[in-house]
Design a protein around this ligand. Structure first.
Ligand code: NAD
Length: 266
């Protein structure tokens, strides 16, 4: 019961990391409002949860959707204690690309930023309003290891995730400065096996081999699971992290700990 009776909103909760976070928060006693653009899947996941939960449609890139959700939470719950800004896209499935810095397609670039960067900024804006009446509130923003290092084939994704990393610190400092009871931190997952990878892994035997190839480059030797990220989100969302704001927590099997150019012992 690490987040007992806290009101939590999770974006992009219909599958993958968002689904795992929503389920864990529910198990740990929070009243969880799941949201997504895929309402059929979102409702299916919501109905399969135990504990107290709710579902609402929310396209994080739409300001009017956020305004509606703000009114809904205000009227039904009176406050918000936890926001997990999880929804995000690579752009590989959702846009035509290309995504390298030399040839990038501008419409694709804008779409990825609208969902990833603008979505987080709008989410923080709504949350700050709803969290002022909380006793102890927490915003957790899903950035990526790609928000810390460059990714040649995914320029918009990397740029948008870097924006989240920086904006999280701005929100953390702003809320502290204003005396609001709101902390804000970012999580930086890397190589977590979820449907986000479908466009990059292929199918069948090709997928099995691709996962092995990726795992070979990860210090801990395996891709991560959504629950690995969910435990980090739970910690940051809970009052156990009451003295933690403006940090970036990496969950990547050690990828960012070293460099490909490190010398090997002969
Ligand atoms: N899986 C990884 O390896 C990894 C690594 C680093 C960062 N992340 C980040 O973690 C978050 C979750 O990733 P995942 O792997 O679970 O992805 P996923 O693709 O499996 O799930 C993303 C969910 O977000 C929803 N979504 C997409 N666009 C949306 C929008 N505009 N508004 C609301 N919901 C929307 C989708 O419907 C889906 O349910 C993302 O922000 C992603 O960038 C993932």
């Amino acid at each position: 019961m690490r987040v007992a009776n806290k009101i939590a909103l999770v974006t992009g909760a219909a599958r993958g990391i968002g689904e795992a976070i929503a389920a864990l928060l529910c198990e740990e006693g929070a009243i969880v409002i799941l949201s997504d653009i895929d309402d059929a899947l979102g409702l299916k996941v919501t109905n399969g949860l135990s504990g107290e939960h709710d579902y609402i449609h929310l396209d994080v890139s739409s300001e009017s959707d956020w305004q509606y959700v703000e009114r809904y939470i205000e009227q039904k719950y009176g406050r918000l204690d936890i926001l997990i800004n999880n929804a995000g896209i690579t752009g590989f499935l959702e846009t035509s690309g290309p995504h390298d810095p030399e040839h990038l397609d501008y419409e694709s670039w804008k779409k990825v930023h609208q969902v990833n960067a603008d979505g987080i900024a709008l989410g923080c804006k709504s949350a700050i309003k709803l969290m002022k009446s909380s006793k102890a509130a927490s915003i957790v923003n899903l950035s990526s290891r790609s928000g810390i290092v460059g990714i040649p084939g995914a320029a918009a994704y990397a740029s948008s995730k870097a924006s989240i990393r920086n904006h999280s610190k701005t929100v953390a400092l702003y809320c502290a400065e204003q005396g609001y009871p709101i902390r804000c931190n970012s999580i930086h997952p890397g190589a977590i096996l979820t449907p986000l990878w479908d466009a990059m892994l292929g199918e069948g035997e090709e997928k099995v081999q691709a996962i092995k190839d990726i795992a070979a480059d990860i210090p801990l030797g395996t891709m991560g699971e959504a629950i690995d990220v969910a435990y980090a989100a739970l910690y940051l969302a809970s009052d156990e992290a009451k003295y933690v704001t403006g940090i970036e927590l990496t969950i990547d099997g050690g990828i960012l700990a070293g460099s490909a150019a490190s010398p090997n012992r002969k």
